[in-house]
Design a protein. Structure first.
Lengths: 208, 277
């Protein structure tokens, strides 16, 4: 805990060891975004620091958030950051899961919503300058491999390249803002099949 | 466009997708110059989404490595959270120099400057002044915020979030209500029969092709790399990757400096590509 504060936020009036740029490199998000997540998390009852039965203090919310960011930004195993954060792998894995759930619940309606009319017309104007009038955005799929796919489900989740994973369908504009995200389709489906079950397609075809 | 009225908005996709009127894929066998031009522009614009996946993978390595989660639900949640964080990053980057310059060159092209806390998110502590100025500009350019607030009550929430973020230390309030989806998105699309009509798609593509060919100079210019060295002007379709990219000496100079030129020459000599240099 002291180490985190000293390295990234500065303790006792000293400047932090890593500056903004290093911070953004190591956490893969700017400090403002990290701070925003932390501020939202720290007052949640589920992330509060607790005292267990042996009168020992449990993980601080800052440790928890840093641990979760380490896991998602480096894609590392949960026990990798142990020596830096002094948290057990169970705590890190659980906190990662909790934070992901929290982010989706809290900001999902804001950041993964469909464009409203205003934004849609702006995107179209912008694409008109690029030569595609009336174009919303571009759409594509990619596969995300699933390391711990159960053997029983491997038939459905095996892609044409022989790897097991899920398909991610996304729509984004020129700024790389994600406007639509559909995932969870098994990896054996191709892009067209995924599109046929995505809410985007259903909305377009059954809108009336 | 081109004498016809097109009401249907569409998405850009690649060749595998079926010929639906709301999906525009490149021409499978471009024969004329018009079609080639269209394909190039389509590919150039469609690479947005390819870039997205690349950026996501590099930014959050969870997406790069195989997911270590037990359930599909957990995978889904994680990827969604990643995308949300990515959107936050995009939003906070929008107040930086580069994006402002891009917005200036592209008119008021900031497509989603009215989203969420764009007004308030300030990338660095020291950047507060410029962030605030940008927020004012965004509000002015991207449709007046109070109007929207009156219209559907979204803007108020967004502005509130923005203010909280600007304050930084204030505990963020929970959303009173989530952002409502666009009321008119679905209405923009036409009925089932029309959206799935292959002929409609073909004609739309033809229209677009003809339309793009008319002012291809302007549209493709932003994807060109123009080198003006030694009185000769060479034009490459560099981001498009159509055909192979033959570096000439002037362009090698441009990219690598003079050292690169020698290095490349040596490589060429080895590969027998550039005889006599």
């Amino acid at each position: 805990m002291q180490g985190i504060l000293r390295d990234y936020f500065g303790v006792g009036g000293l400047p932090p060891i890593y500056d903004e740029r290093d911070f953004a490199t190591q956490f893969r998000v700017p400090r403002a975004v990290f701070w925003r997540v932390y501020m939202a998390v720290k007052d949640e009852p589920i992330f509060q620091q607790r005292i267990n039965a042996t009168d020992k203090l449990q993980a601080h919310p800052l440790q928890v958030v840093v641990a979760a960011f380490r896991v998602i930004s480096y894609g590392e195993a949960a026990d990798r950051a142990d020596e830096f954060l002094r948290l057990s792998r169970t705590t890190i894995a659980t906190s990662n899961k909790l934070l992901m759930d929290f982010i989706v619940k809290r900001w999902g309606p804001t950041y993964l919503r469909r464009p409203n009319q205003d934004e849609l017309s702006k995107i179209m104007d912008r694409n008109k300058e690029r030569g595609m009038p009336k174009c919303i955005s571009s759409l594509d799929c990619c596969h995300w491999e699933w390391h711990q796919c159960p053997t029983g489900m491997s038939g459905a989740y095996q892609s044409r390249k022989g790897r097991r994973g899920i398909v991610v369908e996304a729509v984004c504009d020129e700024d790389l803002w994600v406007w639509h995200l559909f995932l969870g389709a098994p990896g054996s489906l191709n892009d067209v099949n995924v599109m046929h079950q995505s809410p985007l397609y259903l909305e377009v075809t059954c809108s009336r | 466009m081109n004498g016809h009225t097109r009401m249907l908005p569409f998405y850009l996709v690649d060749g595998i997708y079926p010929r639906f009127a709301f999906l525009i894929s490149p021409d499978p066998e471009p024969s004329t110059e018009e079609q080639t031009t269209f394909d190039r522009l389509q590919a150039a614009n469609r690479k947005d989404v390819e870039r997205l996946f690349g950026v996501l993978m590099k930014r959050f390595h969870v997406a790069l490595h195989p997911g270590r989660y037990r359930s599909v639900l957990q995978l889904v949640t994680t990827y969604k959270a990643i995308c949300i964080l990515h959107n936050m990053c995009v939003e906070s980057r929008r107040s930086t120099f580069l994006s402002r310059r891009r917005r200036d060159t592209g008119g008021d092209g900031g497509t989603n400057c009215c989203v969420g806390g764009d007004a308030g998110v300030v990338s660095d502590g020291g950047d507060g002044q410029s962030g605030g100025a940008h927020a004012v500009g965004g509000a002015a350019a991207g449709g007046p915020a109070p109007d929207r607030a009156a219209a559907d009550g979204l803007g108020g929430v967004a502005a509130a979030i923005g203010k909280i973020d600007a304050a930084g230390s204030a505990p963020p309030a929970l959303h009173p209500d989530p952002h409502l989806p666009a009321p008119g998105t679905a209405a923009n699309f036409d009925a089932w029969a029309e959206t799935q009509n292959p002929a409609e798609c073909e004609s739309l593509r033809d229209d677009l092709t003809a339309d793009i060919f008319c002012d291809r100079g302007d549209l493709l210019a932003r994807n060109h790399v123009v080198h003006n060295r030694g009185g000769m002007q060479r034009v490459f379709f560099s981001p498009l990757g159509r055909g192979s990219f033959f570096p000439t000496h002037s362009c090698v100079d441009h990219v690598f400096g003079s050292g690169g030129r020698l290095r490349l020459r040596r490589q060429w000599r080895r590969s027998g590509r550039c005889v006599g240099t």
